[in-house]
Ligand binder design. Structure first.
Ligand code: ZN
Length: 389
């Protein structure tokens, strides 16, 4: 058992100074003070005075098998490794394929997700890639959702992007209908995670489907909404109609200079517009490729999206824009867990999974990370590494 004493607990709502008791995979008590005086039980105590405690982070859009490839074969990014995940405070991950649905496959994605689960974190995947019709693992979207436990939705399908399949409204509508029914039959969210590109089409296709069919706006989770100002403004309107928005945290300085909206600034705007923060998630797009261009638009290098950007965006929102910590942290914990119906994830609650991040209350620096009751990071040191690290 692990007893964490005197931390400032963000559940993600701030619930004050508490003690948290972990047994096995679960949180079994959250009290003002927990004292256990028994020599029969072995208890490890963690002094969390001066520390914040958050639910383990949920990063719901990560290219765990590597992404990229858009600058030919040599630009395919490598697979993610456990220490990159846990050192970023992430304990739950949703893996996805991207532009490349040819050399990256669903079988490979699922195997990588199983591997990461064996190494100690919790994993799920989306079925599909940018392309429509979706190349599924089994016969179709419905059977993928119903038969494969780890598959919780469809994505990332691309819209408004020169790399998309340029699908018709009818094709996307059919896809969303299948995701919805598959979700109903399996008790999952059946969410459609939509990659939004730079084209002026913006959110048009989703909005048309919502207008002209019974598919609710909440069936979709469009991502990269902060990639340019026009899409961001369209996203604000979309959220006012009740839609979910996902902001991407990994970026380069150049993209920000080209008009991308930083996630911290985006969160501030959401609060100012009185949009319910529970509609907002942030994801890292980790392990995807971030191309760098010189002044003449020549490719001069490639970077890889990092998961550490996720929590950095939270800290920036708090430090630079005075976004309340409990709101900012909810976008990478409770909100994705709720929207994606991830059972026992995203909250510090009784009987929920013991996924916790412990960080300094002043510097916000992550000090320890626990996933399913096991230390992944302890006192600033990664103690659980991937199999080949
Ligand atoms: Zn994408």
């Amino acid at each position: 058992m692990i007893l964490i004493k005197n931390g400032n607990v963000y559940s993600p709502k701030f619930i004050g100074k508490k003690d948290i008791l972990i047994a096995g995979l679960k949180i079994i008590a959250i009290e003002d003070s927990i004292e256990i005086n028994s020599s029969d039980i072995s208890i490890e105590t963690y002094d969390a005075k001066g520390k914040n405690i958050y639910p383990g982070f949920v990063d719901a859009h990560v290219h765990i098998t590597g992404g990229g490839g858009e600058g030919s074969y040599k630009t395919r990014t490598p697979e993610i490794v456990l220490s990159d995940i846990v050192s970023a405070g992430v304990t739950t991950i949703v893996g996805c394929l991207g532009t490349d649905g040819i050399t990256r496959t669903m079988t490979n994605l699922l195997a990588k997700a199983y591997g990461l689960s064996e190494e100690g974190i919790s994993t799920y995947v989306y079925t599909g890639s940018y392309q429509i019709p979706v190349k599924t693992l089994t016969e179709n979207i419905l059977s993928d959702l119903v038969l494969i436990e780890k598959i919780i939705g469809v994505g990332e399908v691309a819209l408004a992007d020169h790399r998309s399949s340029a699908p018709s409204i009818a094709e996307v509508r059919r896809l969303a209908a299948d995701a919805r029914v598959g979700g109903m039959l399996s008790g999952k969210a059946g969410i459609v995670n939509v990659h939004m590109g730079d084209s002026d089409e913006l959110l048009y296709i989703i909005e048309e489907i919502v207008k002209k069919s019974d598919i609710p706006i909440t069936q979709f989770l469009p991502t990269h909404i902060n990639r340019n100002k026009k899409l961001f403004e369209a996203g604000i309107n979309y959220a006012k109609k009740g839609g979910y928005l996902d902001f991407t945290t990994s970026t380069t300085k150049q993209f920000l200079e080209d008009g991308e909206v930083s996630c911290a600034k985006a969160l501030k705007r959401i609060i100012d517009e009185n949009i319910d923060i529970s509609q907002i998630t942030m994801t890292s797009d980790g392990q995807g490729s971030l191309p760098q261009f010189d002044k003449n638009n020549q490719l001069i290098g490639l970077k890889i999206g990092k998961q550490e950007s996720l929590y950095r965006a939270v800290v920036d929102a708090v430090n630079k824009y005075n976004v309340p910590l409990e709101d900012a942290i909810s976008t990478i914990t409770a909100n994705p867990a709720t929207i994606l119906k991830l059972k026992n994830k995203g909250f510090i609650k009784l009987n929920y999974d013991a996924d916790l991040v412990i960080a300094d209350q002043n510097s916000f620096k992550i000090e320890s990370v626990i996933a399913k009751g096991i230390y992944m990071v302890k006192n600033n040191e990664v103690v659980k590494k991937g199999t080949f690290e």
